[in-house]
Write a new protein. Structure first.
Ligand code: APR
Length: 269
């Protein structure tokens, strides 16, 4: 008889308690229950705007200039309303229990930090951090400040005074232009060295809400497995990484992850 989800959660929890040193590897799926659309699911951003699958949000704006303001406005509304969900908080609890060493995320929404995780490697950057195009200096923007600037930018885009957009972009002390520090397609990912190190040192990797199709990020669970980690995947549907998982928990991370952490707590000595 096939093992039930409850049985697999039970086994995965025992592995976490026995081994410790967990690292989480997350994708857009963990934020979908916070209202942020994924990319490749039906109705996801790249499902709706095909140009995004190769050019990211910059490619979408370049390919659909007439819809750019509407697309950005939709993104602004989702970001403004997004708060961490029970899946994010479950990871923060694992860190507080001393079982989670780090989160490696492909997401740029800052929700892991908002939930309370302190060691977060953001491979694709962070939309609330700004980077100077001239001197490279980086700095976090207050979320509300960032969202207000984003709002003004959309207003200018609607009024078609595109030339004004550059005057709206914040500038660095050096005079250079600042841009949100997320990684566009074709740009190098960030914190890859630290992320691979964390993956190779961990004893358990939680693979949460990712289709596992974008490299080099998608190579990280394989590096953990090759280094001897047990891989536990949580996803409502199988992904390109499911074949590397020792345990596959089928379901939404906002529902399954809290159950897994609850089981871990029951098993703690
Ligand atoms: N809980 C867990 N997983 C979920 C949930 C949920 N509630 N909802 C959807 N998923 C899963 C989907 O089944 C899918 O496997 O999340 C995954 C989302 O996959 P993608 O949309 O491809 O997102 P991701 O894997 O993070 O994409 C990687 O691609 O375009 C780039 O920069 C972008 O960081 C992104 C990268």
């Amino acid at each position: 008889m096939a093992a039930t989800l409850k049985d697999i959660i039970e086994k995965a929890a025992a592995v976490i308690v026995e081994r410790g040193h967990v690292v989480a590897f997350s994708g857009a799926g963990i934020s979908s229950e916070s209202g942020i659309p994924t990319f490749r699911d039906r109705g996801g951003l790249w499902d709706r705007f095909e140009a995004g699958s190769s050019g990211g949000i910059v490619g979408v704006i370049a390919s659909y200039p007439e819809q750019a303001a509407d697309i950005l406005e939709e993104l602004l509304i989702t970001l403004r309303n997004a708060v961490p969900n029970p899946g994010h908080f479950a990871l923060a609890e694992l860190e507080q229990l001393g079982l989670l060493d780090a989160v490696i995320t492909q997401n740029i929404d800052n929700l892991h930090r908002d939930a309370g995780n302190t060691r977060v490697h953001e491979l694709h950057g962070n939309i609330y951090r700004l980077r100077c195009l001239a001197c490279g200096k980086k700095g976090f923007r207050k979320r509300e400040e960032f969202l207000a600037e984003f709002d003004r930018l959309i207003h200018v885009m609607r009024s078609k005074r595109i030339s004004d957009i550059f005057s709206l972009m914040p500038s660095c002390e050096c005079g250079g232009m600042l841009r949100p520090d997320f990684v566009s397609f074709g740009e190098p990912v960030q914190e890859l060295h630290d992320s691979v190190n964390a993956a190779e040192r961990c004893r358990v990797m939680l693979v949460l809400g990712t289709s596992g199709v974008v490299y080099p990020a998608a190579a990280i669970p394989g590096r953990a497995r090759d280094a001897g980690a047990q891989i536990i995947e949580i996803n409502p549907q199988k992904s390109a990484l499911t074949r590397t998982a020792h345990y596959y928990l089928q379901g939404q991370s906002g529902i399954v992850l809290p159950k897994l952490v609850e089981e871990v707590i029951k098993k703690l000595p």
